[in-house]
Each structure stands twice: as C-alpha cells, then as structure tokens.
Design a protein around this ligand. Structure first.
Ligand SMILES: [Zn+2]
Length: 432
C-alpha cells in the first residue's frame, strides 16, 4: 500500500473518504488518514491509503474524520430464515435438545414467510456492516428448501446459502433423495449455493458421505454444525443422552445406527472420514480436545466461532472456554458468526437500531479475552472469506483492487482500534 498506483487507473470520479484511521486484518494502517476510492461494479476500487487529511487529488470528499474505516465484514454462520422468530430468552433448565425442538417448532415453513424472514435478516446484516454471509437455508418439514438461497441471491449480500438437511435412522434414503432433487431444482447456475448436513446427531455418517459425493459432483462448498454441545459428544461417543431420547421419541432411532455412533469417538473423529475428503466449514466446535484440533489442521477445515451463542447456551460452564486461539496457533482458519437472531440480545431486533454483526461478536473477545485488533479484524473479514471459499483480497484494502465494501464506525484518532472494539458504536456502510 506504500506506493500509490498511477492515477491513470481511475476511470470514474474518485472519492476521498477522510477518517480517524483505516484498519484491516493487518491492523491499523494509518491514523489519522483515509482512503481514495472509486465506485466499482463489484464494490469499491481502492486507489490508495491517504495519510493525514490531504486532498489527494480526489474529485470529491466524504468527511468521516470521527470514524475509523474497516472492510465490509463476513458473517460466516447465520440463520437468516429464523430472523422472524426474534431473540428468545436464554434456555433455563432445559437441555440443548429441547431448545432445538423449540427452534423447529417456530421456524417459518412456507416460501412467503421464509423469504420475508431472510429479507429482514439481510437488512439487519447490512445494518451491521456485513457484506457477505454463510447463511443456513434451514430444512423445513417438507424437506430441504431453496427459498433462502433464491432470496439471498436477490439481495446486496455476497456469500453462500447452505441448503440444510436431516437424515438419520429410518428415513435416511428418502431424505437424501429430497436433497438430491432440491440440488437438481437449483438449475445450471448454482452460484452462492452450498450444502449443509445439519449435525452428527441428525445426519448419520453414511449420509455425510453421500453429501460429500453430492458436493463433489456439483462443486458445492460444505458446512455442518460440529462438536457444539456435551449432548452431542454423549450421543456420538455413547449413543446416549437427550439426543438419543429425542430420536427415539420421534420414532427415528434405528438400532443399526450403532454401527456408527456409540463407539467412543469424539464428534470430530467421527466425521474424520468426510473431513479428509473436502474442505469443510464447521460451525461452533466448542468441544475440541488437542487431537481434534490436529484433525482440523490436517484436513484444512475452518471453524466458525459464535461467541455470543457460546455464552447464551452457557457452553463455557458445560464444556469450558472455546479454544479458538489454540486452533489458530495450530494453523486452523477461525472466523466469526452470529448464529441465529434467537440467541442475540433483544436490541438486535430493534426496529430502528437493530443489527446482526460480527463486530459485536469480536467486541466480546476483545473485552473478555483481550484479543488483538488485527486478529479480530482477520476473524471478521478475510478468515470468513477464506472459510467460505471466496476471494479474501476483497475483504482487505489493497491498492488497485476492489474491496467488497467499506464500513465506518465512530471513533477518535488517538487509539481508534481500542475504540472500535472497546465501544459499542454502530457500523455504517460507506456509499460513494
Ligand atoms: Zn447454526
């Protein structure tokens, strides 16, 4: 960024965004200072970083001298179709399996309400400075649905919509046929489409293997919920606990499943055969011993950590602190997600000031764990892009290249990164 490219690169009017500072995954790049940019079809073309408040030969100036500029953010794990449910009180005395049942009961089921819920989720994401998402297109009672994918493609957001499915016990074959049919219905242009087997207690290992084959056939990114709770570990290792009870009560449990679960394996070890075949994005991985971290690093899997969801469910008490820093030290790409609005605070859904933002997730890690600003910026931008298989260079400021978006957050110039993460100011997308 030190050598500005020749101005002849400019094809349209340029804008200088003056700010208290500019930061990306490398940390604070200038303070005070701003960006010389030009509107581009795929975001904003960055001409150069500008130190201080010089005019830099711009055609126009946007004065945000009391704001820091950061790249548009990536929310790598969300459930936009659950936005209409809104934030719900933290589960008290009920176990994780009960809570999941509550989500299933409240999930919108028809195309119109699903699309409206996703659109509201898109609005709240944009209000949170998010420009790309890893969104889960939740499985409805009739089977996998493409409605969230179609809705997301019509929105200003980039990213992947992961079509979710369940396939366990007696219904596996029928469920997998529904998945295959849904993917065929998507047609030739599968841009932004991905696949998500829900979790190891709702999708059995052979169905994960079939999902991997489908993803290979259609070249789809894959993600799943993994190693989220103590219940999950109990189920995978011992075929016991509330998840087993739930499957039995739904009439889904089949004794043949004991070929895959109840063999003493940790959930990461259980999925190792499919993790080795494709680069997976794994939501949560709250429960992750050293061996499991080694498997993640070896297989190139990425982890999406959702700090506020972790606290909402009390996983710190039931499992222990999330091991995201050890994962990163050992070469695992860790990014941030909000999970669904259900586990976010009430103000996330405020009609005027509501937002769903990974900046608020990063702020939790800054306050509680003292994580460096540059690490947090990587987790909320480039790491998310890498985990979703997107071009990470669009989520940092590089001269001569387009950035997916520029976001401003109110902060002074003395220590703008501390103010960015230590405060609670709302992100605002900069439009030129
Ligand atoms: Zn989730």
């Amino acid at each position: 960024m030190k050598d500005p490219p020749p101005r002849t690169n400019a094809s349209g009017p340029t804008t200088l965004i003056r700010a208290s500072g500019v930061a990306d995954e490398r940390g604070l790049l200038v303070a005070p200072g701003g960006l010389l940019v030009e509107k581009a079809p795929d975001g904003m073309l960055v001409h150069q970083l500008v130190e201080g408040h010089a005019q830099a030969g711009a055609d126009r100036v946007v004065d945000l001298r009391d704001h820091i500029l950061v790249p548009g953010m990536v929310n790598a794990h969300c459930h936009l179709d659950l936005t209409s449910v809104g934030p719900l009180a933290r589960p008290q005395g009920e176990d994780f399996a009960d809570w999941l049942q509550k989500v299933r009961a409240n999930r919108p089921q028809d195309d119109g309400t699903i699309a409206a819920s996703v659109r509201r989720g898109v609005e709240l994401s944009l209000a949170g400075g998010v420009v790309a998402v890893g969104d889960i297109a939740g499985c409805v009672q009739s089977g996998p649905t493409l409605t969230p994918w179609r809705t997301l493609r019509q929105s200003p957001l980039e990213g992947i919509s992961f079509v979710e499915f369940f396939a366990f016990g007696r219904s596996v074959e029928a469920r997998l046929q529904l998945v295959e049919r849904a993917l065929q219905r998507a047609g030739e242009d599968r841009t932004m489409l991905g696949l998500q087997p829900h979790a190891p207690y709702s999708v059995n290992l052979p169905a994960y293997q079939r999902a991997t084959e489908l993803a290979e056939r259609w070249n789809l990114p894959v993600c799943t919920h993994l190693a989220e709770s103590v219940d999950e570990r109990l189920f995978v290792a011992d075929a016991a606990g509330p998840q087993r009870t739930l499957l039995e009560s739904l009439g889904i449990w089949d004794e043949d499943e004991l070929a895959h679960v109840g063999r003493g394996r940790h959930p990461v070890e259980h999925l190792e055969p499919v993790l080795s075949r494709r680069r997976w994005m794994l939501a949560h991985v709250n429960d992750c011993p050293d061996d499991a971290i080694q498997t993640l690093a070896r297989t190139g899997a990425s982890v999406v950590y959702c700090p506020r969801a972790h606290r909402y469910f009390g996983f710190g008490a039931s499992i222990g602190p999330h091991r995201y820093r050890v994962m990163m030290e050992r070469g695992v790409c860790v990014c941030l997600g909000t999970d669904s609005i259900i586990n976010l605070p009430r103000e996330a859904d405020d009609p005027r000031r509501g937002r769903m933002s990974v900046l608020d997730e990063a702020r939790v890690l800054y306050r509680e764990d003292g994580v460096a600003g540059s690490t947090l910026l990587a987790m909320m931008t480039t790491n998310g892009a890498r985990a979703l298989g997107m071009d990470a260079s669009r989520y940092r400021f590089e001269s001569g290249r387009a950035v997916a978006g520029v976001v401003a957050v109110r902060s002074g110039h003395v220590d703008p990164l501390s103010e960015l993460f230590g405060g609670g100011e709302a992100p605002v997308r900069v439009v030129v």
